[in-house]
Design a protein around this ligand. Structure first.
Ligand SMILES: NC(=O)C1=CN([C@@H]2O[C@H](COP(=O)(O)OP(=O)(O)OC[C@H]3O[C@@H](n4cnc5c(N)ncnc54)[C@H](OP(=O)(O)O)[C@@H]3O)[C@@H](O)[C@H]2O)C=CC1
Ligand SMILES: N[C@@H](CCO)C(=O)O
Length: 353
């Protein structure tokens, strides 16, 4: 049986949810997936950092009511988040990066990923910054160090999109996509349709764990812009940067815009899209669109997301599922670890053959 030692960088909603899954499902994973996870280090801006080579009890980590710098009271603990030391020196096989997404330069998460990969550790992340802004560099660094950089949760949370499309639509000639790629803004639009005001709806999305640490990124479209960049670069072979994608969010939509749409049997949705033109250039955009109710994306509600891939051989292929949520996103991290495990066990089997 394989044990993967993991270091958690950031201990907010998503990494706590991963710890919860570890506490309740390690035995099931051992039986069904062939591995269990052992948390050997955690670093968090508020709580501080801790390294425990034998492993920290996941349930204790979740249940303990640590105050600011609280990890400093643990054996191997420090009241400060010493990320670089933790990432470089903890005896971890996998670094789980789930600090905040910085849509401008991706830091400090890009550095976290660099330190981990350069130290020969796999990285799994739900952070969109490093993927949208530094994927090429980080993939090359992973390859040079014989490890993996995996980021399924960076688009549509736990819903399989990136690996699904890359693997199972290979050869179908994807030449564009359009979708609802932000759970918070879709949730907010739905709550406004029910009569709630914008600020209260955003607060609800924060409480439910859907929103970014700064929800401006959700409602102004910056989060979707990163996801458009990620999908366009991964699936359309583009080399887009966020500034290449035009971007408008939902903050200017008023209750009367929402009401007017309902009167004409349509509803507002924040749509992220990209397509390859006749000249081969890929162009991306983020903007609110008024969709007729019969449009397939019009029925996607709450924090649910959906993306329709335009393919030459199959026509439109749509994937729908959770777009945000703590447990849903922690599942994406598990799916990344499964991908790492599957690849390493098949490499071992090949060597033995
Ligand atoms: N929640 C969701 O539905 C989804 C989230 N994501 C992405 O996953 C990541 C984590 O999300 P989530 O858990 O919800 O976010 P949270 O804000 O709940 O958690 C992030 C944690 O990281 C800590 N942190 C921030 N900066 C640092 C740093 N430099 N070093 C160590 N710790 C740091 C924060 O501490 P403090 O609070 O003190 O700043 C916080 O505890 C984000 O990048 C997000 O965009 C992706 C898909 C879905
Ligand atoms: N804040 C993001 C999280 C998922 O990336 C959203 O609401 O979609």
């Amino acid at each position: 049986m394989t044990v993967y030692n993991i270091a958690l960088i950031g201990f907010g909603g998503v990494n706590r949810a991963l710890a919860e899954l570890i506490a309740t499902r390690n035995t099931l994973w051992e039986r069904e997936l062939g591995f269990r996870l052992n948390i050997v280090a955690v670093s968090d801006l508020y709580l501080g950092s801790v390294i425990s080579p034998n492993g920290l009890d996941a349930k204790t980590l979740i249940d303990a009511k640590f105050t600011k710098g609280g990890f400093g009271q643990l054996s191997g603990g420090n009241a400060e988040a010493d990320n670089e030391t933790i990432i470089r020196t903890a005896p971890a096989d996998i670094v789980v990066e789930a600090t905040f997404t910085n849509p401008t330069d991706g830091e400090p998460a890009v550095s976290h990923c660099r330190w981990a990969l350069a130290s020969g550790k796999h990285v799994v992340t739900t952070n969109k910054g490093p993927v949208a802004l530094a994927a090429l560099e980080l993939k090359a660094l992973a390859e040079a160090n014989g490890v993996r950089f995996e980021y399924e949760g960076s688009v549509m949370s736990g819903t399989p999109v990136i690996r699904m499309a890359a693997k199972t639509l290979a050869g179908a000639e994807v030449d564009g996509f359009e979708g609802i790629l932000n759970g918070t803004s879709n949730f907010v639009l739905g709550r406004m349709e029910s009569g709630l005001d914008f600020d209260t709806a955003v607060r609800e999305a924060q409480e439910l764990g859907y929103a970014e640490a700064d929800p401006t990124a959700d409602v102004e479209g910056f989060d979707v812009r990163l996801k458009v960049v990620i999908l366009a670069n991964e699936l359309l072979g583009a080399q887009l940067k966020p500034d290449d994608v035009t971007c408008k969010g939902i903050s200017q939509l008023s209750p009367s815009d929402i009401g007017d749409a309902a009167k004409t049997n349509s509803r507002w949705k924040l749509i992220g899209s990209a397509s390859r033109g006749a000249d081969g250039r890929v162009v991306g955009s983020v903007m609110p669109k008024q969709l007729p109710l019969e449009h397939p994306l019009a029925a996607v509600n709450g924090p649910t997301n959906a993306v329709s891939f335009n393919t030459k051989l199959l026509g439109s292929v749509t994937v729908t599922g959770p777009g945000a949520g703590r447990i849903e996103t922690a599942y994406a991290l598990l799916s990344d670890i499964v991908a790492i495990h599957t690849q390493s066990t098949s490499a071992i089997a090949k060597e033995a053959a």
